[in-house]
Unconditional design. Sequence first.
Length: 862
Amino acid sequence: MSRYNAAAVEPKWQAAWDAADIYTASKMDASKPSYYALEMFPYPSGKIHMGHVRNYAMGDVIARYKLAQGYRVLHPMGWDAFGMPAENAAMEHGVHPKGWTYENIDAMRAPLKRLGFALDWSREFATCDVAYYKQQQAIFVAFFENGLVYRKKAKVNWDPVDMTVLANEQVIDGKGWRSGAEIETRELDQWFFKITQYADELYYGLDALERWPDKVVTMQKNWIGRSEGLQFKFSFTKPVDSFDGIEVYTTRPDTIYGASFVALAYDHPLIKALTPDNADLQNFAKACEKMGNTAEAIEKAEKLGVDTGLRVQHPLDDSITLPVYAANFVLMGYGTGAVFGCPAHDQRDLDFARKYNLSVTPVVLPTGTKEENFLIENEAYTGPGTLFNSREFNGMDVSQSIGAAIETFENLGLGARQVQYRLRDWGVSRQRYWGAPIPIIYCEDTSCGEGGAVPVPVKDLPVELPADVVFEPDNPGNPLERHPTWKNVNCPNCGKPARRETDTLDTFADSSWYFARFAGGQGDGLPDDKPFDKEQASKWLPVDQYIGGVEHAVLHLLYARFFTRGLRDCGLLDLPSGEPFAGLFTQGMVTHETYKNENGDWVNPDDIADGKQISNGQAITVGAIEKMSKSKKNVVDPNEIIAGYGADVARWFVLSDSPPERDVEWTESGVIGAWRFANKVWDMVAETSDHQNPMSVASGADGDALALRKFAHKVAERVTTGIEGFRFNTSVSAIYELTNAIRKYKTNDAARAEALGILIRMITPFMPHLAEECWSHMGGDGLVSVAAWPVADPDLLREDNVTLPVQVNGKRRSEITVAKNADKQSCEALAMADEKVIASIGDKAVRKVIVVPGRIINIVVS
RNA sequence: GCGGGUGUGGCGGAAUUGGUAGACGCGCCAGAUUUAGGUUCUGGUAUCGAGAGAUGUGGAAGUUCGAGUCUUCUCACCCGUACCA
């Protein structure tokens, strides 16, 4: 037999696809229905890894399947190319971020092409292309003009050594992840996108996303954190300078009669006003600022506070007064930065009350509990129940009393219903070079523009990154800031001296609209005078199927949902729902065993033979199965797999066995299995020498030939539903079964040709090169990549006879074969006559016989 | 703590309206062919039992003629999140 030679076959068909130009959306018949398949575009680190292979292989199955079904498919590829690693490389190796990035892109494009994905490369771009960030700046200006961008002072994590702002994720135990320096909190002018303007829409829009994983929807809902409650004001018992009360927010206004104190954040304006004259508050503020914000620190942190000496009146009974505390568990960033404490029904408040000997008055009685038996000790009761100790609310159920309490406050003019969000506006200023410059000019005349901030007129865009910047490892900071001339400009408004904003945009902005630019191509290219063609983009969007890692469940996917709404409201995009991705799939990771030697060092699998490390002979221990990562040395390089086994084998492997949403473990034996399968398919086709048309239909077949046809059509049905349901592993196993069936069927006749034709077309989305080679060998017309998807013939799916299991008391004892439409009586008669059934029943009495036509027969005896 | 998810052979996993549990692949066992080297082919492979048979989907209970699937409780692991008022 002849071995399938992937190394020779794969480039041949890739060239054929290129020559026929079959994956370019603009070349496809515009009258066909359109389908937009997209995988999250890669960061050009320089190397593709197995995670990429799996991600793009999944998208490719969808794209090729839809192509075969007659859709006009857009399946583009590009590069998420701005970001820190390029600047780190610049500092460490003295290279320019731009050169480093474009070299990496070239290094990654080649293996992606070798994998044979059905990608439309005509729309390729990198987010660091001037043409791209020029349009991103235009979007920024449009957002600015539509009130979606503003500037404010904000607290940031400032690294005094690297001289930059760090994201929260980059602060580890209060120290900078790179410099190790103690991080300071600074107030800096920062640009913000007004994502909170869409908080409600972003929240409720999630409910319409039926083809999103529940998990992601839940995570986004939690992130947006919508809550409904009451905001009202406590009045002081004695006047306080320049404050006429304390605004608090609560979701439990029903527990107002259980209130025993009011607590404010240490940085609440009222506390700040009191602090200069109060040593206790000064110490307290220092302690609060020091307190870590790691999960562990918060867990352990004791509920602490300082009595301010101020007292407020109970809003519904001014004879009751409550003490006012500064407390470390109240956050200025949420609600009003002030709360009332109801210790009986909130654990945090209870801990605090016990510490400072404040009263605990229960006001919610759990259903079925007697008042005299209900005691709050060290556990607050947060469950449902009936109000008591609450005057006008007594006897109400918690669920109705919340609304009643809000109404009471509103009627008395004391407060109002209020919706709160956890979501904050998106700070986009980064003190970095390798990003899109924020297109703002600060005029020396602060009456110009908005406080001197003037957006760069669209005609003056792009604000291009200067090439001549210096990266000094000892002087990190922002090279744009250090550039001798770049920031010096004249105000576009009034011509007075001005300076450029030297901050660049958060790179999450880059990935928030790239899918629209892909979709908004015109003719052969992407427009240079606008972000995207409105008509084209509106036609393709939303993306029909988006695929990527679950690590983007919140930030990227939320920012993109914000951007499409902003683009819509700026009139740039016609997308009423505002939703960029109609279907989302989050795929699992590619994992691999890890290995350690006697020193406890990670060992590369290549360096292991017979349980010993080749380079030094040390014994190897097999560790946990983990995500492939350089640090754990458990990475398998896709290039080596492609070179050794071929792209098809790599693709087939990452899609078989594990369900797509779960992790798949890369194993050598699994790869060999995939490789053997590819060879089996090729052998079957290769021995078919008389070139029967793979599109043929063996309509006259009977006997074994008919059985094979029926089976092939059944498998076609299963493979199709597997792909539709994102269960590629089940499609793969169905394909295996068909392969086994064809191999057992020895006759080289029309039925076999038909079954092979179905098989080849079904493996096309998974192993397109092998499929083309087989198709060509069989004498199929044109390219199988554009051949029609096999549709099961309903006549062949229908079975005339069925085998029914016969149970006695729920245990399977025998089986009978009956006509599909046999009536209950005849089924029962046949079952009762079965020898094994008779033996099982013995001398027991038959109580009941259940016949489920086409399914099962169960005989109940006793 | 809260939210979400997952638990099925030696392993990855099938079983999508409650109806033959273990498809398919890997591994393993036996045989055949070939033989130097990622062969190929045939058969077998949940567990206990010689056998008939019994048991079996993390555990316990329940609903049902019938439960991997539904209900309640419970255990383990994974992911997300964190003083959100």
